[in-house]
Design a protein around this ligand. Structure first.
Ligand code: KG4
Ligand code: ZN
Length: 386
């Protein structure tokens, strides 16, 4: 146990180290959790993120071997910093939570191997964490500041709808109470955490939203990671009142189901650029207009499917997670939907909208009973350089 506060045995605290290496961010975080008045509380002690994004830029995507090498180099350096903070605060780590997947397999293994060694060395449990669940739970944090202040998680009225939008995933997930879950010491006091049941009710048939952003950005001539760069260009178009010279499709909006498809949109951009090049129109103004039109197409599609999902499950709250949730145009639309439906929306703060270890440590704390001795990477090909 990390520490025992006061004389109340219920408020024993746990110190959890989180490790994330599923893609091109090496991240480590340290949190402390406790049960106070039957409520789960946590405090952020440290959250470090080392992004390799610029290193992968020349490859136009994440290059797995390079990611692996960088993770191996960065992990010990970040650990040294975290341990320094732990020692200064007299904190002893009680468990290690690590991303098991989905992600790039070579990248995942570096984190898993590192975490396994630490758990053996310190003789503490090893907790596998699903990266996507991490993005969901991360959005429930009140604050990501490593200020050591105790906080409760946001209450999540159920059923909730989650829209996960990242470089590897585009999913609509329904969250209900998990009746079957055996309440653990931690989970039982956390209600509704520990009682979550996830059902994927919609997903992309091909490219993920972030992947579409990155690929289209590349077509326009922007460097990887293209998502934020393309969003910036689209914003300039709005500021300068530049309209697109082409109309792009709104994929899958006529379909009744909740699935997405973005590869056709990418192809439409490709053809538009070819035509514009032929006619000598492919200049900065054209690019800005195109970026704006692309972002609008994505925003309209996501909004429509999200509304459908809310209606279908009669959602009482919504969570948006994943790297693309940093997009301001999308955030504005999602906030409007929340206002209109009168249901709360939980969006991750900027610091944890991308990959981070804070969400992994937190999800690990909540899933503590699932601690394992040996875990395997659950890799999926995503964001690979192509
Ligand atoms: O969740 P994340 O950090 O990594 C994965 O788990 O995939 O998401 C990364 C993705 C990238 O495709 C990146 O281009 C995209 O999120 N992204 C954005 C923005 N910021 C990051 N896409 C659009 N607009 C943004 N502002
Ligand atoms: Zn992610």
């Amino acid at each position: 146990m990390g520490r025992v506060t006061g004389s109340n045995p219920v408020s024993r605290t746990m110190i959890i180290l989180g490790i994330e290496t599923s893609c091109d961010e090496t991240a480590l975080a340290l949190i402390e959790t406790r049960i106070q008045n039957n409520t789960f509380e946590c405090r952020v002690i440290s959250s470090l993120i080392n992004s390799q994004a610029e290193l992968h830029s020349p490859y136009g995507g994440v290059f797995p071997t390079l990611a692996k090498r960088e993770h191996e180099k960065n992990l010990p350096l970040l650990l040294e910093k975290i341990l320094e903070i732990a020692t200064k605060n007299k904190l002893k780590i009680d468990s290690v939570a690590v991303t098991q997947g989905p992600g790039l397999e070579p990248a995942l293994w570096t984190g898993i191997t590192f975490a396994t060694e630490l758990s053996k060395k310190w003789n503490v449990p090893l907790i596998p964490v699903n990266h996507m669940e991490g993005h969901i739970i991360g959005s429930l944090l009140e604050s990501d500041k490593p200020d050591g202040k105790w906080q409760k998680l946001k209450t999540l009225p159920l059923p909730a709808i989650t829209l996960l939008i990242s470089g590897g995933h585009t999913e609509l997930v329904k969250i209900d109470h998990n009746q079957k879950n055996n309440p653990s010491t931690l989970a039982s006091a956390v209600s509704p955490i520990g009682y979550f049941k996830y059902t994927i009710i919609g997903q992309t048939k091909d490219d993920a939203v972030g992947e579409a952003f990155d690929k289209v950005a590349r077509l326009i001539g922007l460097k990887y990671p293209g998502g934020p760069r393309l969003a910036k260009l689209a914003n300039e178009a709005r500021e300068q009142n530049i309209q697109s010279m082409v109309k792009l499709p709104r994929p899958m909006i006529m379909n009744k189901d909740l699935n997405f498809s973005f590869s056709g949109l990418k192809t439409a951009v490709l053809y538009a650029i070819r035509d514009a090049e032929k006619d000598n129109l492919f200049n900065e103004t054209y690019k800005k207009g195109l970026a704006r039109e692309f972002e609008d197409s994505i925003a309209e599609t996501l909004e429509l499917k999200l509304r459908k999902a809310i209606d279908l499950i009669n959602a009482k709250s919504m969570i948006i997670g994943g790297g693309v949730s940093a997009n301001l145009v999308l955030r504005e639309r999602f906030n409007k939907i929340s206002e209109e439906y009168g249901i709360p929306i939980y969006l991750p703060s900027q610091h944890i909208s991308g990959d981070n270890a804070l969400m992994i440590a937190l999800t690990g704390a909540i899933n503590n009973p699932q601690s394992k001795e040996n875990i395997k990477a659950q890799g999926t090909k995503r964001l690979g350089a192509n």
